[in-house]
Design a binder for this molecule. Structure first.
Ligand SMILES: O=C(O)c1cc(=O)[nH]c(=O)n1[C@@H]1O[C@H](COP(=O)(O)O)[C@@H](O)[C@H]1O
Length: 246
C-alpha cells in the first residue's frame, strides 16, 4: 500500500480512508466483460462498489454483476429505465432479485412511482436521474423543455422524494440544492466528477471529488478519470485520498 493510502502516523487516516471507499463508485464503461474483469482485478481491495451501465450490460455485464456480488462487491446497475409503469415496475423487481444495490430510472413521476413499487420490500435503492450531466440549459431547450437545468433538477429531485425512491443522480454542481430538497436521508449520487487536470470529455456540469462531497454528495461515480488513466489503481488511490481529506 502506498504511504499516502496507509495514512502513515495519522491515527484518523484509516477511518477516513474507509469512509472514502464507501463513497467511490467506479463505472465499468467497457464493451467487453474481460476488460471490466481485468480492471476489477487491478483495483483490488481499494474499490468495493462498481457501476455496470448500458455498454457493459449489452456486452454480458449482468453475469459479471452476479460474479461481483458473489465476491463481496456492491453493484450499481445503471440502466436509466424509462418506460410504461408495468414494464418499469417489473424490470425493477427483476433487478432487485439479482441482488444489485442501486438502480437508475429517469426521474419522471410515473416512472419513479413504478420503480418504487418494483423495489418495495427489497434492499434495492432506486435513484432518479434528474438532468444528465452532459446537458446544459441549451441542451434542455433543444429537447423542448422550457425550464433550465437548475429548475428542472430541483423539480425532479422533489418528484423523486415524493415518489419514495432512495435518492437521485445529479451533477456535483447541483448537489447542494438537491440535498436541501431531499433532506439528510436522501441519497445523492454524482457523476460528472473530474479530479484537477482530468479531461472533461462530454460532461458539462462537473466538479472535483472533494467539492462534490462538500456540496452534499453521498457517493461519486467516476469512469474515464480512472478506467482510461495510464495507471488506474494510482488514479483511484488519488481520488480516495482526495475524498478522505474532504
Ligand atoms: O446515471 C449515471 O450514472 C450518469 C448520469 C449522468 O447524468 N451522467 C453520467 O455521466 N452518468 C454516468 O456516469 C459515468 C460517468 O463517466 P465518466 O464521465 O467517464 O466519469 C458514465 O457511466 C455515465 O453513464
Amino acid at each position: 500500500m502506498s504511504a499516502e493510502l496507509s495514512g502513515g502516523d495519522d491515527q484518523g487516516a484509516a477511518p477516513r480512508l474507509a469512509a472514502a471507499r464507501e463513497r467511490l463508485i467506479v463505472a465499468l464503461d467497457y464493451a467487453n466483460v474481460g476488460a471490466a474483469e481485468a480492471l476489477v482485478w487491478q483495483l483490488g481491495d481499494d474499490i468495493s462498489f462498481y457501476k455496470i451501465g448500458l455498454e457493459l450490460t449489452i456486452a454480458g455485464g449482468l453475469d459479471l454483476a452476479a460474479d461481483l456480488i458473489g465476491s463481496g462487491k456492491r453493484v450499481f446497475l445503471d440502466l436509466k429505465l424509462h418506460d410504461i409503469g408495468n414494464t418499469v415496475e417489473r424490470a425493477t423487481a427483476a433487478a432487485a432479485a439479482r441482488g444489485v444495490s442501486l438502480l437508475t430510472v429517469h426521474a419522471y413521476p410515473q416512472t419513479l412511482a413504478a420503480a418504487a413499487r418494483g423495489a418495495a420490500g427489497s434492499p434495492l435503492k432506486v435513484l432518479g436521474v434528474t438532468v444528465l450531466t452532459s446537458y446544459d440549459d441549451a441542451d434542455l431547450a433543444a429537447a423542448g423543455y422550457a425550464a433550465g437545468v437548475t429548475d428542472t433538477v430541483r423539480r425532479r429531485a422533489g418528484d423523486a422524494r415524493d415518489a419514495g425512491v432512495a435518492g437521485v443522480i445529479c451533477a456535483p454542481t447541483d448537489a447542494r440544492m438537491v440535498r436541501e430538497v431531499l433532506g439528510p436521508g436522501g441519497l445523492v449520487v454524482t457523476p460528472g466528477v473530474r479530479p484537477a487536470g482530468a479531461a472533461v470529455g462530454d460532461q458539462k456540469r462537473v466538479a472535483s471529488p472533494a467539492d462534490a462531497v462538500r456540496a452534499g454528495a453521498d457517493m461519486i461515480v467516476v469512469g474515464r478519470p480512472i478506467i482510461a488513466a495510464p495507471d488506474p489503481r494510482e488514479a483511484a488511490r488519488q481520488i480516495l485520498s482526495e475524498l478522505a481529506g474532504a
